[in-house]
Design a protein around this ligand. Structure first.
Ligand SMILES: NC(=O)c1ccc[n+]([C@@H]2O[C@H](COP(=O)([O-])OP(=O)(O)OC[C@H]3O[C@@H](n4cnc5c(N)ncnc54)[C@H](O)[C@@H]3O)[C@@H](O)[C@H]2O)c1
Length: 280
């Protein structure tokens, strides 16, 4: 078996994947990788994203039903879980790949946030993970031994100014994952977050200064920035039984960025800058 054919790591598993908007979305790439590995799943996104995006194309490629849900609305999350149970069956894995900050979109500085927007950021990007797990559990849609993953960013630990209130949202998201991981362990259910490097997607490019964050990470990381497809392969391993004892972790998928102090390349850039400044 070669790599492009897959390894059958998710054969027989059933899942729910949130957040695929277009073919650059990390969730889109995860869906393709899960399909390659033999899983069946449902795709979900907000009704407005279904109108704007191209999810129908992914649905046709993978044979996955599309079930709309705005994750900020409790009644929609509950209904989604009941629909998923009926259309796909009980779940072995869930991917939460949802993030949105109206403050970032409208370039509101952190010192002058719009608080209604701030609540929306936290609700959509973090509290939604709580709602998803709560209703998956309450409706009997979650199998024992399931794996739940949410995508996050290093902004939860280290502040990136342009990421603004999303830094706070990711910190909350990671905390919710740990809290639920602690409670669901008795059923063999694991809950983790994958902290992905800057990736060129619709949400990523919506951040002012994203190019700088991307280039900085690329130059700092010994392995370079991982792509959305790299992230998808990592997610597959975390949905598979091979990682059945991994839970409550924030797992960095960043080419080594978080642990590197400074790279030779960045050092050289700083030397060059310094030299240029003192030329004249
Ligand atoms: N792109 C990056 O640089 C990067 C880096 C680290 C982590 N992440 C995280 O990865 C995840 C996926 O983002 P992406 O980069 O693939 O971008 P993306 O824009 O393709 O995905 C974000 C998704 O969130 C969905 N969404 C927004 N509001 C929603 C709502 N109310 N209900 C349901 N869905 C809603 C959007 O429709 C979209 O599909 C996000 O959590 C993001 O923060 C991204």
């Amino acid at each position: 078996m070669n790599y492009t054919e897959g390894f059958g790591l998710l054969k027989g598993k059933k899942g729910l994947i949130f957040g695929a908007l277009d073919d650059r979305s990390i969730a889109w790439r995860v869906a393709l990788a899960c399909h390659r590995e033999g899983a069946s799943f449902a795709l979900s996104n907000a009704p407005v994203a279904l109108r704007l995006g191209s999810l129908k194309e992914l649905s046709e490629k993978t044979g996955a039903p599309v079930i709309p849900c705005d994750v900020s609305k409790e009644d929609e999350v509950e209904k989604l879980m009941l629909d998923v149970k009926e259309q796909v069956g009980q779940l072995d894995f869930i991917l939460h790949a949802i993030g949105m900050s109206p403050n970032v979109r409208k370039s509101k500085p952190y010192e002058d946030l719009n608080y209604t927007f701030f609540q929306q950021t936290l609700d959509i990007s973090a509290i939604s993970l709580h709602k998803v797990i709560h209703y998956a559990n309450a409706t009997g849609t979650l199998n024992d031994g399931a794996s739940i993953l949410a995508l996050t960013y290093i902004g939860a630990q280290r502040i990136f100014s342009k990421y603004s209130d999303m830094n706070d949202a990711k910190a909350l998201l990671e905390s919710i994952a740990r809290n639920y991981g602690s409670r669901l362990g008795e059923r063999g259910i694991r809950v983790n977050t994958v902290s992905q490097a800057p990736t060129i997607t619709s949400a990523g490019s919506g951040i002012k200064g994203f190019d700088g964050m991307f280039t900085f990470a690329e130059k700092m990381s010994p392995l370079g920035n991982p792509t959305a497809d790299d992230c998808a392969d990592y997610c597959v391993t975390l949905f598979s039984d091979l990682t059945r004892k991994v839970t409550m972790q924030n797992l960095f998928h960043d080419g080594g960025f978080v642990t590197n102090g400074i790279s030779e390349e960045l050092m050289q850039d700083l030397f060059d800058l310094h030299a240029k400044k003192h030329e004249g």
